[in-house]
Write a protein that binds this ligand. Structure first.
Ligand code: GDP
Ligand code: GDP
Length: 435
């Protein structure tokens, strides 16, 4: 299920980041803290009253050499495009400013619900003195204080009320995948090839805002959905190619995907930014395929596929499970085979292995390599069972989880990979003490 997206927008210094941090800190006990998701502070998961959502601080997405007007326009565009609910923040101590009015005007265009939070309403007088903000035409101003946390509950109640109804999400025999990567590696070109150049984005189905950006297609009888197609295919906006924006976009796409296709560029080789995106793909815990694009370009950084593959394995050691394919969006090479590979990876990550089979494997493995001694104590592994798929997750019962070091977990993962086809999917091992 895609999470609803909330965007915070407002002129500088009204307290957007303060509020954003308050909202995401409330969640810490409730929502698992995925590394990577919290690393980038413009985008995070949060929850309120049992509703989970993603939240974007559009003010955190800045780029150099732009005027305040350009910045605000870009913020508004991001909010309008990405969000299910937009929260505009203004400053009680400043009153209605010219910039507030401009932002409000940009937001009128949106068909999304817009709420108006008046921040720095720290005391009762300030809370009472916010009626001027009705003039922005965005409905009732809600007084809040990022400094004290007051009013936040009322604001979040309204936010949650405005979430789109839990969409029926069409009986899910559809495999969702995202095409991610740093700017200019060829994501749009690949998606265009996949969908056919002149295929327009499918009409928005009633009540589901997501369908506008996630494009369904069928290939050899299998149904797929390319996540975030609109964002990938739309061209020409300044912010589209900024790193922070592309990272945010990738993370939000990953949350809605079963499988990620990570695109690299053969003509430039691997860059720092590729590593960031790769890290997010890995941390998302979904299937990953590495597609090396522009393989048609004669002057490749490595002379052969094997060379390039070696470099990738070296740079992205943690993605050792991801298959590597060489493609060209320009000539079409390899693109046709991508959906089949996505499907295969999806099948691999969805499979469930019977406990009896797993325990045969465990027996065999311990015959092969006796469990290690740690600080004079021997690890004893008793029993293994798969508790989850997507990604495949195995609980391993032992005498003392402390003794099951990473290297032994790795050994078990390798055994699993040797015995079953888990190509493309991460595998998780959870050591547990046997009662
Ligand atoms: P942003 O630019 O909109 O993200 O604003 P910040 O979150 O960086 O806040 C701007 C300034 O306003 C900082 O100095 C904050 O400490 C201050 N601030 C934020 N929220 C409040 C509040 O509720 N009351 C008061 N008095 N100050 C606040
Ligand atoms: P995105 O930012 O990742 O969506 O990248 P684009 O799809 O916009 O592609 C960036 C540039 O690379 C464009 O000029 C494309 O024409 C070019 N490009 C994309 N795929 C290929 C390819 O397979 N071969 C070559 N030679 N150029 C490509």
């Amino acid at each position: 299920m895609p999470l609803p997206v909330v965007a915070i927008i407002g002129q500088p210094n009204v307290g957007k980041s303060t509020l954003f941090n308050r909202i995401i800190n409330e969640r810490v006990a409730i929502v698992e803290d995925k590394p990577g998701v919290t690393r980038d502070r413009n985008y995070a998961r949060a929850s309120w009253m049992g509703h989970q959502f993603s939240i974007i601080d559009t003010g955190g997405i800045t780029w150099e050499n732009s005027t305040i007007d350009e910045e605000i326009r870009a913020q508004a565009e991001i909010a309008i495009e990405e969000a299910d609910v937009i929260v505009m923040i203004a400053d009680a101590s400043k009153g209605v400013t010219d910039l507030d009015e401009r932002i409000a005007r940009l937001l009128y265009r949106s068909k999304k619900p817009v709420l108006l939070g008046i921040n720095k309403a720290d005391n009762p007088e300030q809370r009472a003195d916010i009626y001027d903000f009705y003039s922005l035409g965005l409905g009732e101003p809600i007084p809040v204080s990022g400094a004290h946390g007051t009013g936040l509950g009322d604001l979040l109640d309204k936010v949650v009320e405005n979430f789109p109804p839990e969409a029926e999400n069409a009986a899910d025999d559809v495999i969702s995948f995202s095409v991610i990567g740093r700017p200019n590696v060829g994501k749009s070109s690949i998606v265009n090839r996949l969908l056919g150049e002149d295929r327009v984005i499918v009409a928005n189905e009633e009540g589901t805002t997501r369908d506008a950006i996630d494009t369904p297609f069928e290939k050899d009888g299998t149904k797929f959905r390319v996540v975030d197609t609109a964002g990938i295919r739309r061209r020409g906006k300044v912010y589209e190619k900024t790193e922070k924006y592309s990272v945010m976009r990738a993370m939000s796409a990953l949350e809605r995907s079963d499988v990620a296709v990570l695109v690299l560029d053969a003509s430039t080789g691997i860059r720092e930014q590729d590593k960031h995106v790769a890290g997010y793909a890995h941390e998302a815990g979904i299937g990953v395929i590495i597609a090396v694009n522009k393989w048609d370009v004669p002057k490749k950084t490595s002379s052969s596929g094997q060379d390039f593959e070696a470099v990738i394995r070296d740079e992205f050691a943690y993605l050792d499970y991801a298959p590597i394919v060489f493609v060209s969006a320009k000539t079409g090479k390899g693109i046709d085979d991508l959906p089949k590979l996505v499907e295969k990876v999806y099948e691999n990550q969805s499979q469930r292995i019977q406990s009896s089979v797993l325990n045969d494997l465990l027996l065999e493995a311990s015959r092969l390599v006796p469990a290690p001694m740690v600080k004079g104590k021997r690890l004893r592994v008793y029993y293994m069972t798969q508790v989850k798929s997507n990604p495949p997750t195995f609980v391993v019962f032992c005498n003392d989880p402390e003794l099951m070091h990473f290297s032994y977990q790795r050994f078990l993962i390798n055994q699993l990979r040797e015995n079953f086809d888990f190509t493309g999917t991460p595998i998780k091992i959870l050591p547990r003490k046997r009662k």
